[in-house]
Design a protein around this ligand. Structure first.
Ligand code: TTP
Ligand code: MN
Ligand code: MN
Ligand code: MN
Length: 363
């Protein structure tokens, strides 16, 4: 796009690579997003997310307020932030948030695996300000996920490099081959979008052509990892999938397929040196989801992200096509029928959208 060409209000109609020409502006807007996410205030959160996403898709850098006129979702609040940055090199509102004790503390608490905005806010209101205060507090009961979040916090908050993600992929592929030779592993999430560095985890879809076989995959994989001493933590949700319940009307669709949230021990030379010195391994967050093969394309589209791309894809389906899209299925409300798909391309075609490569989905 040039400053003159129109920009779609839907991320699924904008090519967004990881090369962001307006990072100084989108970083600022994303601080505002985060601040409202912490307080679970939906309206401004959506507005700033959309504005940041529009700016990420531009092939040009913003150099004047005039150049952002007519861009979708860049409203008064976002424009004020952009204008301040253009004029003073920084936004005062954003600086105030960054310096705010509540913002900093909730950000720290929410950086722990298993801690969301409600728990973080509760701890803050109890007067807690650091991770060590939480661990030392006698009345705080951590669940198993949070205990492991604290235990592996320094590794997990370091993020995952692309070469580490490849090492995890090799491990998962090898594990799946040994327990279910017919099963197929597909990388998804940020690393499929070629988002080069610092994913917070590595995401995979595992499925098999054998009817019903997908329900056995995750327990077998976890068992094998456990035998090898590589499973540091697992939270497993068996499938609650039921065709009667889909497509899901909830805006931010969760999915019902079997999935597990893991912390794995990644061993070997490709491991980044940690703060504990060169112990030869690091902890890595890994997510696995196992849909039945006939739903694979929907799961692949839903788990590749980005989250903003997914939100806009569902909004486009609903608003522009009278269809409901989620991680399981696509339902045409005009024709009153499900639309089947073998590949992501089929889904884009059903929606009347030009296919978008994963590396263009970094909205
Ligand atoms: P994430 O792994 O959270 O995000 P990401 O891979 O884009 O970036 P990073 O890991 O670096 O933070 O989620 C990947 C996609 O999977 C995202 O589009 C949301 C989707 N997802 C679901 O649809 N259902 C789920 O239960 C989960 C956990 C994720
Ligand atoms: Mn991910
Ligand atoms: Mn994430
Ligand atoms: Mn994930």
């Amino acid at each position: 796009s040039s400053p003159e060409s129109p920009v779609s209000p839907y991320a699924c109609q904008r090519r967004t690579t990881i090369e962001n020409k307006n990072k100084i502006f989108t970083d600022a807007l994303e601080v505002l997003v985060e601040r409202y996410e912490q307080s679970e205030i939906e309206g401004p959160c959506v507005a700033f997310r959309r504005a940041a996403s529009v700016l990420k898709s531009l092939s040009w850098s913003i150099e004047s307020v005039r150049s952002i006129e007519g861009l979708p979702y860049v409203g008064d609040s976002s424009r004020t932030v952009i204008q301040e940055i253009l004029q003073y090199g920084r936004s005062f509102e954003v600086e105030r948030i960054l310096a705010d004790e509540r913002y900093q503390t909730l950000k720290l608490f929410m950086s722990v695996f298993g801690v969301g905005p409600k728990t973080a806010d509760k701890w803050y209101r109890q007067g807690l300000r650091s991770l060590s205060q939480i661990l030392a507090h006698p009345d705080i009961q951590l669940n198993r996920m949070q205990q492991n979040g604290f235990l592996h916090h320094s590794d997990l908050s370091r993020g995952v490099r692309a070469d580490e993600a490849r090492a995890v992929e090799a491990l998962i592929v090898e594990t799946v081959q040994s327990v279910a030779p017919d099963a197929v592993v597909t990388l998804s999430g940020g690393f499929r979008r070629y988002r080069s560095m610092f994913g917070h985890d590595v995401d995979f879809i595992v499925t098999t052509a054998e009817a019903g076989g997908e329900s056995l995959l995750l327990p077998l994989i976890m068992e094998r990892l456990q035998e090898q001493g590589l499973l540091l933590f697992q939270a497993y949700n068996p499938s609650t999938f039921d065709l009667q319940k889909v497509p899901c009307r909830r805006y931010e669709a969760m999915d019902f397929f079997a999935k597990c949230f893991l912390i794995l021990k990644l061993e070997g030379s490709r491991v980044q040196g940690g703060v504990q010195g060169d112990r030869g391994w690091r902890a890595v967050r890994v997510d696995l989801v196992a849909p039945p093969i006939e739903h694979f394309a929907f799961t692949q589209l839903g788990w590749t992200g980005s989250r903003q791309f997914e939100r806009d894809l569902r909004r486009f389906a609903r608003t522009e096509r009278n269809m409901i899209l989620d991680n399981h299925a696509l339902y045409d409300k005009t024709k009153n029928q499900f639309l089947a798909a073998l590949t992501e391309k089929d889904i884009f075609a059903h929606l009347g959208l030009e296919y978008m490569e994963p590396w263009h989905r970094n909205a």
